[in-house]
Design a binder for this molecule. Structure first.
Ligand SMILES: Cc1cc2nc3c(=O)[nH]c(=O)nc-3n(C[C@H](O)[C@H](O)[C@H](O)COP(=O)(O)OP(=O)(O)OC[C@H]3O[C@@H](n4cnc5c(N)ncnc54)[C@H](O)[C@@H]3O)c2cc1C
Length: 562
């Protein structure tokens, strides 16, 4: 008899583990237990199925050649038995068996195992908002949820949708609903959307969404949902007013499914997921856990974390599958990488934001760089704004985030590779990245960013972020805001209160730039501002900073210069 491997959970980590174990061990008896009907589907593709970009739900659960990954497929191709519509209700560690119950039949059976893999995933948080039970107040987790959204958005003309929660799913669904000609109000309790990024970067995204017509409300608490008498939701009452909505998406986070593990006495880690070691083993050596239910070890923080992502779930599933089949593999932990598309903008991040580093008490500097993703002369170049976070003591790159219509993700992925190799910004600045004009600048924007970080670490350059500058302005600080762009650029839009002295005129018009007030210089990307700051330093100015990322990174009020 072969090794008996039981896998609980049949979406990402579970099927990946089962398939890997089968490839390594032809004689194993492998069973997947899944409480729902569908399995091995691409949950990450659901917003694109809802928007209509993906035409058929089958595409989300078929192989690249169109074969449906159903129980028959798993039996015939993988020799893996699938018990779907079957709930695992108890793990008997002493007897090494899982008790399962048929969802329709109610019949129970015991599945003996030699190795057990928990891939039970996570469940959306259900916030206790009054009115939560009204009709058309939905969450998005499974294909069936996506079917409901899609059907509604196809049937109702110009739906008015409130999205409660400005996280990854909330952002992706905003785009999907606008694609379906709906109007969207995003309501986020925190001061900015995508809380794992810094405010200066997310404010740019919020501005872009507002420019498209999305109503983005931050620092806004939902107080209750109200109906219109027929049981359907009609309004969202918030701390900043009442908004009509005929459909509400609740998307306020998810929690790992750990009840089975907890009841079996397995250790649950501080982040709420099942504790696993680097080999995906739980506190019981014959029981493994992978995917959203399992705790991750975060390489940069050096602590455990909860990171519910398909990218990680698949790799962990593969690792668990290898290990139960006796081919020992170590999973080295995560960098906290994530990516998303919001309309025509790309967003990515990994490692620590400045806000997170401050919470952890890690002294850091940040460098924000705005630049085209390819040379300015090459057709189709698009801007990106990247923010690098470097640890002061070690000079290591420990965080990266970026937004914009350009190719942000290429830079994020290079930065993640550098962070995995524990590179300093000095090493990143000299990475021998491939270059030709259709792909990047000769000095890629990531390398520019690393050089800015080096200049800041070496105290050659002082910068203020857009949020710091805004706070200074709102606090009435007596600073001199110096725009060193051309008169045309200034006329087309500038930061209110700034004085135009084009770069070429800085040396001859020093009398117009005060020496006794803090000066903040800016241009489109802050490259010319850096030149200006160097000129002023050479002339004895002692309090000059540049605006990190320049005017391209400015998300606040703009006026048209005199
Ligand atoms: C709309 C949306 C968009 C997303 N976009 C991205 C993205 O762009 N990038 C990214 O990396 N990630 C994304 N994700 C996250 C990604 O889908 C998840 O991280 C991934 O599905 C986790 O896989 P998993 O196998 O660990 O858990 P799950 O997908 O949650 O699957 C767990 C399965 O276990 C079953 N189960 C639980 N308990 C039991 C039990 N007791 N008995 C039997 N069965 C049980 C559940 O029914 C479920 O089917 C997205 C998720 C959603 C919902």
């Amino acid at each position: 008899m072969g090794t008996r491997i039981v896998v609980i959970g049949g979406v990402a980590a579970g099927p990946k583990a089962a398939a890997r174990a089968r490839r390594l061990d032809a004689s194993a008896e492998i069973t997947i237990v899944e409480k729902d009907e569908l399995l091995s589907y691409a949950g990450c593709g659901l917003p694109y199925y809802i928007s209509g970009l993906v035409e058929d739900r089958r595409q989300l659960m078929a192989t690249p050649i169109g074969v449906l990954r159903d129980p028959k497929f798993f039996a015939q191709v993988k020799n893996v038995r699938v018990l779907n519509r079957t709930l695992a209700v108890r793990i008997d560690r002493a007897a090494k068996a899982v008790e399962v119950v048929g969802v329709e039949s109610g019949e129970s059976q015991r599945l003996p195992y030699d190795k057990l893999i928990l891939a039970t995933g996570a469940t959306p948080v259900n916030p206790p908002i009054p009115g939560r039970d009204l009709r058309n107040v939905w969450q998005l987790k499974q294909v069936e949820d996506a079917d409901r959204f899609r059907e509604y958005l196809q049937r109702v003309e110009h739906p008015n949708v409130a999205i409660i929660g400005g996280g990854l799913i909330g952002m992706e669904m905003t785009e999907a609903i606008v694609e379906r000609e709906g109007s969207v109000t995003v309501i986020e309790m925190l001061p900015h959307v995508l809380p794992m990024l810094d405010a200066d970067i997310t404010h740019l995204l919020e501005k872009h969404m507002r420019d498209i017509g999305v109503n983005v409300l931050t620092s806004t608490r939902v107080e209750r949902l109200e109906g219109n008498g027929d049981g359907c939701v009609a309004r969202v009452v918030t701390s900043r007013g009442t908004f009509d909505a005929d459909l509400v998406l609740l998307s306020v986070g998810i929690r790992p499914n750990v009840d089975l593990a907890k009841e079996a006495g397995l250790i649950i880690g501080p982040s709420g997921g099942v504790y696993v070691n680097d080999y995906m083993q739980t506190s019981e050596p014959n029981i493994y856990a992978a995917g959203d239910c399992a705790e991750k070890s975060c390489n940069i923080r050096g602590t455990s974390c909860f990171l519910p992502l398909g990218s990680v779930a698949n790799k962990e599933g593969r690792g668990a599958g290898s290990n139960v089949a006796g081919h020992i593999e170590r999973f080295p932990g995560v960098q906290g990488a994530s990516a998303l598309k919001v309309f025509d903008w790309n967003v990515g991040r990994a490692g620590l934001s400045v806000e997170q580093a401050e919470e952890l008490g890690i002294p850091v500097i940040s460098a924000t760089v705005s630049a085209p993703d390819r040379p300015h002369y090459y057709p189709g170049n698009k801007p990106i704004i990247l923010k690098l976070v470097a640890e002061k003591a070690s000079r290591r790159l420990i965080g990266i985030e970026g937004v914009g219509p350009g190719d942000v993700l290429k830079r994020i992925d290079v930065a993640i590779t550098a962070m995995t190799a524990r590179m300093t910004v000095d090493e990143v600045a000299n990475l021998d990245l491939a270059y030709a004009p259709p792909y990047s600048e000769a000095m890629d924007v990531l390398i520019h960013g690393a050089n800015i970080a080096r200049n800041k670490l070496d105290r050659l350059l002082r910068g203020v972020t857009v949020t710091e500058l805004q706070a200074m302005r709102q606090g009435g600080e007596d600073l001199f805001l110096l725009d060193v762009r051309s008169p045309d650029e200034h006329q087309n839009g500038c930061i209110p209160g700034s004085t135009l002295v084009p770069l070429g005129a800085v040396r001859s018009r020093l009398d117009q730039i005060p020496r006794d007030r803090p000066v903040v210089a800016y241009c489109k990307t802050s490259l010319r501002a850096w030149e200006a700051a160097c000129i002023l330093a050479g002339q004895g100015y002692t309090n000059v900073a540049i605006l990190d990322g320049g005017f391209l990174a400015w998300p606040f009020d703009v006026c048209h210069g005199a």
